[in-house]
Design a protein around this ligand. Structure first.
Ligand SMILES: [Zn+2]
Length: 124
């Protein structure tokens, strides 16, 4: 049976040797892995920045005593609703969720209002 031709994951040149070998050289393996880890790190950093921006927005509102804001207004301030740090069922209603942004929590009510609260330390 003829062995299937394999190609280096980095430079795409044919790979010879052990059947589980994926790279033609150590340098190609290192280059490939560095690029892979760099992409993963960048993706995580991007999400971290979004969450920190969300936190800064919510922290500014909360510090000013603002506990309710229109969903659209919060969105307009650059708050990204796509990322949260926690999620739990709302015990008061049992049908909605309490979303988390680090030490803050918020719910979005039926009228499109976002109600902001601060988590108690025991919930962290
Ligand atoms: Zn290579």
């Amino acid at each position: 049976m003829e062995e299937e031709k394999r190609y280096c994951l980095n430079c795409h040149r044919p790979v010879t040797g052990r059947s589980d070998k994926k790279f033609c050289s150590d340098s190609c393996r290192t280059t490939y892995n560095n690029r892979l880890y760099s992409r993963q790190r960048n993706a995580l950093n991007r999400i971290d920045r979004i969450l920190k921006k969300n936190h800064a927005i919510i922290d500014r509102l909360y510090s000013r005593g603002e506990r309710e804001i229109e969903f659209t207004e919060l969105f307009g301030m650059g708050f990204n609703f796509y990322y949260i740090t926690s999620l739990r069922e709302n015990p008061d209603t049992g049908s909605s969720f309490i979303l988390g942004c680090y030490d803050y929590s918020y719910i979005i009510d039926r009228n499109g209002k976002v109600i902001i609260g601060k988590k108690r330390f025991t919930q962290l």
